[in-house]
Design a protein around this ligand. Structure first.
Ligand code: PLP
Length: 549
């Protein structure tokens, strides 16, 4: 465990802030970590001292900026264990861009009959990107199963990875389950099959020592904002000879060495992948983040992550009303635990926790297919970093326990919804929803899934002569969204489909803005769903009439 945490926390002034009347307990680090002063001071030094464009100018400021920016590449290469220095380290916007650079570069080598092997726990950054490559090339995407303990089924990987495999793209660490995947084994399987291996290091680079050469990763992508660095900067490691072969993704200045009216030659590595003026200060700040973490020691960061996760897991599992996901206690995981509380939607729970100053995330965490495998609309995730303490885990658990009266979580959510933050109508419709259920053979039905917060529901509508005769909804959404669906169903009965199609903030107006800003999406979401359904239906009818003509 990181021993001198109270001293270390002083590097992060934001941790001193309050949310409302409560001290901030920041447990959303798998999304974005906080940034220490040592990192953001780089911006002041850069803009006060040597702000200039890189590579181009023969003047002192440009020279200094170029050296610092280029050396930052060497620093990040070293941070992930690449011995080739800057030539093997491309600066990107984030992990997503790194994966896209590789996918774009490899797409010409892929075609029908080729297979791209992913895992069921991939983040959309990888999953959607490779799906698109498959769609455009005729290759097929296959998924290595996740077992009941949230671990990768390596036997299944062995079955899937074979002579047809062209690419294996795998998350080093799952951002939902906390599982640490055996990437060395997967790389060996991939290489034996003659396939490339891309490791998504978004959750591993920040949380454990990474050695891309020991893993034998061909490519390794990561994000600065998850490792105490700034947003808008990340890295893509690639073996030098592979980066040389890869086509760049973006064209323009800086990425060329020679241009004629007819043609252009690409610049040397890594600049061939960094078209245009790069985020210079952010790149230099990313190197400062690597320095900061190495000063703590990545092995200590790894231990700290595991210890906090095990502690949180143990305390959460001790509750009868909580279900956790991912490897069982005792199996190493990164510093995060995803869970659900019985009978409480994650979005409602995270609102309640926010009220206590605790920042967690609820939804599908950009892993909708994994949540389908787990048969869950979403989960709540508490994720830790170097500055988090067991006391903060206790604060989360105490908040679940409730205040002095020790109310259960569901009771606390009730109380929260009944509070004067919400319009009485929301509470009324939450307690007594109107038109909940389904209609037999409705004229139109609209299913919706809100991927960010894990809301899911379906509207059923009976229409006669363009008028909504009956409307009903089924919902697995948060309390606010369900209450709004109820309010909306009451409002729309007897109105025309045209009126439904042009809904624009009616519910928010009815509620006179009496709901926290954080819940605006829950208020306008159902309205957007039903108005889209009405528009689609009307468009279909118009098209049918036009067809009859
Ligand atoms: N991969 C994993 C495993 C992640 O957790 C994330 C972000 O949460 C990403 C990829 C995408 O990272 P970014 O949004 O920084 O590109």
């Amino acid at each position: 465990m990181v021993s001198d945490i109270s001293e270390l926390r002083q590097d992060f002034p934001v941790l001193e802030r309050r949310v409302g009347d409560e001290p901030l307990t920041y447990l959303d680090n798998a999304a974005t970590t906080q940034t220490p002063t040592q990192v953001y001071e780089v911006y002041e030094e850069f803009y006060e001292g040597y702000n200039a464009n890189v590579h181009r100018g023969i003047h002192a400021l440009s020279h200094e900026a170029s050296i610092a920016y280029e050396e930052a590449h060497d620093r990040l290469a070293e941070f992930v264990g690449a011995s080739g220095g800057r030539e093997e380290m491309v600066f990107t916007k984030n992990t997503t861009e790194g994966i896209n650079i590789v996918a774009y570069g490899l797409r010409d080598q892929l075609g029908p009959g080729d297979e791209i092997v992913l895992t069921e726990m991939e983040h959309h950054a990888s999953l959607v990107t490779w799906q698109q490559v498959a769609e455009r090339t005729g290759a097929e995407v296959r998924y290595v199963r996740v077992d009941d303990d949230g671990r990768l089924d390596v036997e299944h990987a062995k079955e899937l990875i074979g002579p047809d495999t062209a690419v294996v793209s795998v998350a080093h660490v799952s951002n939902v389950l906390g599982t640490v995947n055996p990437v060395e084994t997967l790389a060996e399987l991939a290489h034996d099959a003659g396939a490339y291996v891309l490791v998504d290091g978004a959750q591993s680079a920040p949380t454990r020592p990474v050695d891309v050469e020991a893993i034998d990763a061909d490519f390794f992508a990561f994000s600065g904002h998850k490792m105490a660095g700034p947003t808008g900067i990340g890295g893509l490691y690639g073996k030098r000879h592979l980066l040389e072969e890869l086509d760049p993704f973006c064209f323009g200045g800086e990425m060329i060495s020679h241009v004629t009216f007819d043609d252009a030659k690409w610049n040397e590595l890594p600049w061939k992948f960094e078209a245009g003026t790069p985020p210079i200060a952010s790149g230099i700040a990313l190197a400062a983040a690597a320095d900061y973490l190495d000063e703590i020691g990545m092995e200590r960061v790894r231990e700290h992550e595991d210890e906090l996760a095990q502690y949180a897991l143990e305390r959460l599992e001790a509750r009868d009303d909580v279900e956790t996901y991912g490897p069982p206690p005792g199996v190493e995981r990164t510093g995060l635990v995803s869970f659900n509380v019985e009978g409480v939607h994650g979005h409602d729970l995270s609102s309640l926790l926010n009220d206590r100053g605790i920042a967690v995330r609820a939804g599908d965490h950009c892993t909708q297919p994994l949540h389908d495998v787990l048969d869950l609309p979403g989960s709540v995730r508490a994720s830790f970093y170097v500055y988090n303490t067991t006391e903060e885990v206790d604060r989360l658990l105490d908040a679940l326990d409730g205040g002095p009266g020790h109310d259960g979580v569901a009771e606390q959510v009730e109380e929260y919804l009944a509070s004067d933050r919400y319009h009485d109508r929301i509470y009324e419709h939450h307690r007594n929803p109107h038109n909940e259920g389904g209609l037999d053979d409705p004229t139109l039905r609209k299913h919706s899934e809100e991927t960010t917060c894990g809301d899911e529901g379906e509207f059923h509508v009976d229409v006669a002569d363009g008028t909504i005769e009956r409307i009903a909804f089924e919902s697995q959404s948060c309390a606010v969204s369900r209450a709004v669906a109820s309010i909306l169903s009451e409002y729309l009965e007897g109105r025309t489909l045209e009126e439904a199609a042009s809904l624009d903030g009616e519910v928010a107006a009815m509620l006179e803005g009496t709901f926290p800003d954080l819940r605006r999406d829950c208020v306008v979401g159902p309205e957007e769903v039903i108005s889209e359904a009405a528009r689609e239906y009307l468009d279909g009818e118009r098209a049918a009439v036009a067809g009859d003509d």
